[in-house]
Design a binder for this molecule. Structure first.
Ligand code: ZN
Length: 107
């Protein structure tokens, strides 16, 4: 299925998402920030319903293990496997920023 990713209004282009063996996994996501109420990112997949993902935006990121501003959903591999290089670069940089922000707390 063809899909499209936008993060903070930036279009990351088209992705091709494979069907999942899990029936309930056929949905796209609107990333809703529980702090400011914004939908700051979307993964839209043609013909699939949208589902809310309550994940903080980058401004309201607080905790290392709840990475605000990231759309990485490791429990939805049929979607993350479809991420193109632009999305992967965004995710890599976002996780490096988060690590940088929290690294002193590891000591
Ligand atoms: Zn927010």
């Amino acid at each position: 299925m063809k899909g499209r990713v936008t993060i903070e209004g930036r279009d990351f282009g088209e992705i091709e998402v494979a069907a999942s063996p899990f029936v309930n996994a056929h949905c796209g996501f609107a990333f809703f920030c529980p702090d400011c109420g914004r939908v700051w990112a979307e993964i839209r997949i043609d013909g699939w319903k949208m589902f809310p993902a309550s994940i903080p935006c980058r401004e309201h990121h607080r905790e290392l293990y709840a990475p605000g501003g990231s759309i990485w959903m490791s429990y939805w591999p049929h979607i993350t496997d479809a991420f193109n290089r632009e999305i992967l670069e965004y995710e890599t940089l976002r996780h490096l920023e988060i690590y940088d922000q929290h690294k002193s707390t590891f000591a």
